[in-house]
Design a protein around this ligand. Sequence first.
Ligand code: NAD
Ligand code: MG
Length: 391
Amino acid sequence: MSAPRRISILGTTGSIGQSTLDLVRRDPAAYHVVALTGGRNIAQLAADAAEFGAEIAVTAHGDCLDALRSALSGTGVEAAAGEAALIEAAARPADWVMSAIVGAAGLAPGLAALRTGATLALANKESMVCAGPLMLSEARAHGGRILPVDSEHSAVFQALLGEDVGSVERVIITASGGAFRDWPLERLAAATPEEAATHPNWDMGQRITIDSASMFNKALELIETHEFFRIPPERIETVVHPESLVHALVGFADGGLMAHVGPPDMRHAIGFALHYPERRHVPVERLDLATIGSLSFRPADETRWPALRLAREVMQAGGLSGAVFNAAKERALDAFIDRRIGFLQMTEVVEATLDSIGSHARLVDDAIHLDKVLEADHLARYTADEIMARL
Ligand code: NAD
Ligand code: MG
C-alpha cells in the first residue's frame, strides 16, 4: 500500500471544506491530514481536526485562540490563530491543498501552499480573479499545479483534457440565474439578503449564493476562465441554464461542443481534483436523463445582470482591475448583507470604484506582485467605502 497522501484544507468549516471532508472520510486511511483552517466556528474546526487527527488547526481570528486551544485539549492537535499562522500552516509540506477560504483572504494562504510545490485544488476563485498571473507563475516556478474546483472550470478543464487549447473557438460558462432569475426587474431594488441567499439548485455558502443572484459570481467566473485557461475575453460566453446540469461547454475549431454534464453537487469537482489524474468513484447522484427530459438555455441578459458587462470590461482592462473589481464587490456585498445598500446598488458601487481607480489598476505587470495586488485590493475597499458613504 502506498503512503497516505498529505492533505490540508484551507476553509475547512465552509461548504466546500465540509464536502471535501465528506470525501476524505470515506477513505481515511488514504490520507494524512496536515492542516485544517477556519474562522469563528471553533466547535466545527476542533471536531474536524480531532476526527481526522490533523497536525494543526488554525482559526483566522486571534480572539478565538483560547477557545480553539481548550476545544482541542487532550487531542494532540496543535492550535494556532491569526493571518500569519494561517499562512504558515498552508506552507506545511503537503501533497494536496484545498483552497476554500471565501474572498481575497484566500489568496496569500493559497500562494503559500503553491510555493511548496503542492497541488492546489482551487475553489477560491477570487485568487485567480485578483492575481491570476501570479498564481500561474508561482505554480510553474515551484513545480506545483493548480486544479480548478469551481464546477464550471472543472468542467472546462475536463473538456480540454487531451485537446490543444489553440483549437478552442469559445468557452461557454453556464449560469443558473440565481434566486432572482424570474423576478420582474422592478422588484429587484427591494430584494433582501435573505431572498438573495436562497439558491434554486446549489447548496453553498451565503456569500457565493448572494453573488449568484447578482451574477457577480458568474462575473468572477468569466474572469477566472480568462485568467486560468488564457482564453481571450471575446471567446468566453455565458448562457442561463436553469437546471444547472451542464456546467460548461467548450467549442472547438471544427464546430463541435464538448459539454460536461453532472448533478449540481460540488463533490464531483472536488473528487475530480482529489483523485486527478485518476478517475475514482465519487458518491454523487447519477443522472437519469429520461427522467430529466429536457435541458433549457436562455440568453444572459446584461440589463438584468450588469455585473456581466463589468466582467467584460475588467477582462479587457487586465492588470489589477480584477483585484479592484473583487475587493469593491466584497465591500458592496458586506454592505448589502448589513442592509446599508440595496441589491442593485452593489453593481453601482463596483462600477463607480472601477471608474475611480481604473487607470491605476491597469498596470499590467503589477498583477504578478502580491504586494501590488494587495495594495490595489486595499485601495478598492477604501474607495468603495467612500462611495457608499456618499450614497
Ligand atoms: P463558506 O462561506 O461556506 O466557507 C468559507 C470558509 O472560509 C470558512 O471555513 C470560513 O471560516 C473561512 N473564512 C472566511 N473568511 C475568512 C478569512 N478572512 N480568513 C480565513 N478564513 C476565512 O464558503 P464556500 O461556499 O465554501 O466557498 C469557499 C470558496 O469556494 C469561495 O471562494 C467560493 O466562491 C468558492 N466556491 C464555492 C462553491 C460552493 O458550492 N460552495 C462552488 C464553487 C466555488
Ligand atoms: Mg461555479
